[in-house]
Design a protein around this ligand. Structure first.
Ligand SMILES: Cc1cc2nc3c(=O)[nH]c(=O)nc-3n(C[C@H](O)[C@H](O)[C@H](O)COP(=O)(O)OP(=O)(O)OC[C@H]3O[C@@H](n4cnc5c(N)ncnc54)[C@H](O)[C@@H]3O)c2cc1C
Ligand SMILES: *[C@@H]1O[C@H](CO)[C@@H](O)[C@H](O)[C@H]1NC(C)=O
Ligand SMILES: *[C@@H]1O[C@H](CO)[C@@H](O)[C@H](O)[C@H]1NC(C)=O
Ligand SMILES: *[C@@H]1O[C@H](CO)[C@@H](O)[C@H](O)[C@H]1NC(C)=O
Ligand SMILES: *[C@@H]1O[C@H](CO)[C@@H](O)[C@H](O)[C@H]1NC(C)=O
Ligand SMILES: *[C@@H]1O[C@H](CO)[C@@H](O)[C@H](O)[C@H]1NC(C)=O
Ligand SMILES: *[C@@H]1O[C@H](CO)[C@@H](O)[C@H](O)[C@H]1NC(C)=O
Length: 538
């Protein structure tokens, strides 16, 4: 006993001392960083958009786009400084001063990162919030648009619809997701089988690189332009804006949502969905959800769809290809494409065709979130689905929504090496999406989500067990990015799951454009030549 106590004492003291030392150091760096910024202030008005923890609006700015309630300090720390630039020169000043004073930089556009990696970090950092870069310029004649990184999908859909009812953009369902993170990781939604991912429709970009240069497609070169479409912009620079193609849609599209209980053959119908959804005409995307009901051993399967065409063509198609669903005219609604985007997120207010909902970026309920996801190549047997329900029936399991989107169509026609996003040849993507509120036991929900992921191991992709970068999951592996080197080999553990063999080309690009690994985070692409941060001498 005794020796242990005496041994414990000094090491505790050392810990405590180094803790205060750490705070003092962080504080010092902070001051120097701010002084450095102030040198740039007069020319760029940067002090007007610089917030430290002392500024009264710091917390409201941090929390306004903090979409996941799960991650909280202190394990994860808040930014030392938040800058909400409205001019590229301010981004350049932040990068320069952060490099000079060895501070990490993270960029937030919409704050929807599943792991909160855009606004939280274990090491002291500065957050660049792109909220003021949300300009959208739609050129309906050229069928293209420039979209600022901080613009949301809802804003983009709304602006497109103001110009034309026959143009659309193929990206995600949640209107508050911003294009900064979304298009740099892929971006899938209800018209992807016809037009691919959002990232497949990117034709130009503005990016500030590690040297503060503002690059476009031509000046960044095809390698870097390849990497930021699916490989995540966060490893390569600060994405300022995208230029995207707009795609043609008919004036009328048809939507439906049909629910089935187990008594109504939910499992058999879901099983059939797995066999046909990826192979339907490209104009049709049917998603398939599974969720248990709180406090009951009961399960509901939900099938939701967008069809680029009228109900008169959809019904015979469904009768021929998916009669088991028993779709009837009364289940369907015809509307414009942009109304379909409101329909699919506004679950509680399905009747609403209120397009203004697309513009609301703050006024909605936030949840605790955790998602894990898989790609699936072979249909999952009904007995295995039934085993899955057993996990969903456990206490807390009703918070997990198992939601699958079919691939195939256009997605599958594009080669896996075309952009950095590689997952083209799967039948569907399946996500174990947990969303819960205060009052639920977070630990329990997290455990169940992991249990489900474990359980599914034999039935999903292997070597690697692939997953979607935008469905970020820190549990599949991570960098030691604060004060330690993560090798290409170590990073490949998670990197190959997200990017398959495109991972190695991403490493090549990284090594070329950011050899010193300035842009780094828990799951950033490593540089081949980085050997650790500068040794500080104190
Ligand atoms: C409720 C919800 C619904 C979703 N629905 C869909 C969906 O339907 N389809 C789909 O494909 N995905 C969906 N996603 C996932 C979403 O696409 C990703 O989380 C995406 O990365 C979010 O982008 P963001 O800009 O909003 O998030 P942020 O948290 O701001 O950023 C995400 C990542 O990108 C980096 N980043 C952001 N902006 C920049 C920039 N300007 N320059 C450099 N790096 C940047 C951040 O540092 C961070 O690493 C959903 C997520 C949530 C939480
Ligand atoms: C935050 O506080 C500092 C110091 O008081 C001030 O210089 C700066 O302008 C404030 N930032 C904003 C955006 O008001
Ligand atoms: C914040 O306020 C504290 C005390 O009010 C002060 O000591 C500190 O220097 C301030 N920090 C910044 C960055 O202004
Ligand atoms: C930038 O964003 C901040 C925070 O949302 C806001 O208060 C400010 O007015 C914006 N500035 C400009 C020029 O848009
Ligand atoms: C469920 O499937 C069985 C066998 O395929 C069939 O006989 C039965 O009618 C179906 N029930 C419903 C409600 O569709
Ligand atoms: C937020 O929602 C409430 C209730 O639905 C509504 O009354 C209010 O106008 C909304 N505010 C904004 C800014 O949209
Ligand atoms: C750095 O990584 C090495 C090997 O992975 C590990 O042994 C060491 O503890 C790490 N150091 C820190 C400070 O995390």
């Amino acid at each position: 006993m005794k020796p242990q106590i005496t041994k414990a004492f000094p090491s505790t003291l050392v810990l405590v001392l180094s803790f205060f030392h750490g705070i003092a150091l962080a504080h010092d760096t902070n001051e120097k960083f701010l002084q450095c910024l102030s040198v740039h202030s007069e020319r760029t008005f940067i002090s007007k958009v610089t917030y430290t923890q002392n500024n009264s609006s710091y917390i409201s700015i941090l929390n306004s786009l903090k979409q996941n309630l799960l991650y909280k300090p202190p394990e994860y720390g808040r930014p030392q400084v938040i800058v909400t630039p409205f001019d590229v020169s301010q981004i350049q000043a932040v990068l320069k001063c952060a490099q000079k004073h060895d501070l990490l930089v993270k960029v937030r556009s919409g704050g929807h990162d599943h792991e909160g990696l855009s606004y939280l970090s274990e090491v002291p950092f500065v957050m660049i919030d792109m909220i003021n870069f949300s300009q959208i310029d739609v050129d309906a004649e050229a069928k293209s648009a420039w979209v600022g990184a901080g613009a949301t999908l809802g804003e983009l859909y709304y602006k497109i619809s103001e110009k034309s009812k026959n143009l659309a953009f193929p990206a995600g369902i949640c209107p508050t997701v911003a294009v900064g993170g979304h298009l740099s990781g892929g971006g899938f939604g209800y018209i992807m089988r016809k037009y691919g991912l959002g990232a497949d429709q990117v034709i130009d970009a503005h990016l500030v690189d590690v040297n503060g240069r503002i690059l476009d497609r031509k000046s960044m070169g095809e390698d870097l332009f390849w990497a930021i479409r699916g490989g995540g912009a966060a490893s390569f620079g600060v994405l300022v804006a995208w230029k995207v193609n707009l795609v043609d849609v008919p004036s009328i599209v048809t939507v439906f949502t049909v629910q089935k209980t187990l008594e109504q053959n939910a499992s058999q119908i879901h099983h059939k969905w797995q066999q046909i959804a990826y192979d339907l005409p490209k104009e049709l995307v049917i998603s398939a959800g599974l969720q248990s009901q709180k406090g009951k051993r009961a399960l509901v399967a939900t099938f939701s769809a967008v069809y680029l065409g009228g109900v008169d063509r959809l019904l015979p198609l469904m009768q021929e290809r998916f009669p088991e669903l028993g779709l009837v005219k009364e289940d369907c609604q015809e509307m414009s494409w942009v109304e379909s985007t409101v329909y699919h997120f506004a679950f509680e207010i399905r009747a609403s065709k209120n397009l203004e909902l697309l513009l609301d970026r703050v006024n909605y309920t936030k949840y605790y979130l955790k998602a894990k996801s898989d790609y699936v190549r072979e249909p999952i047997p009904v007995e295995v689905l039934e085993g899955m329900y057993e996990i969903l029936y456990e206490e807390g399991g009703h918070n997990i929504y198992v939601i699958s989107f079919p691939y195939g169509g256009r997605l599958n026609e594009i080669p896996e090496t075309e952009i950095a996003f590689p997952h083209r040849t799967n039948k569907f993507h399946m996500m174990y999406f947990a969303a819960w509120s205060d009052g639920e036991e977070s630990q329990k929900v997290l455990e169940l989500d992991r249990k489900l992921y474990e359980y599914m191991t034999p039935y999903v992709t292997k070597n690697p067990r692939a997953t979607y970068f935008n469905c970020k999951d820190i549990e599949i592996g991570r960098n030691n990015y604060g004060n330690n080197y993560t090798s290409v080999k170590e990073a490949s553990i998670w990197g190959k799951k997200y990017f398959k063999n495109n991972f190695y080309r991403l490493v090549d690009v990284k090594t070329k454009v950011d050899p010193g690994n300035f842009f780094r985070n828990e799951q950033s692409i490593p540089s081949r030549i980085y050997r650790g941060i500068k040794k500080k001498h104190h």
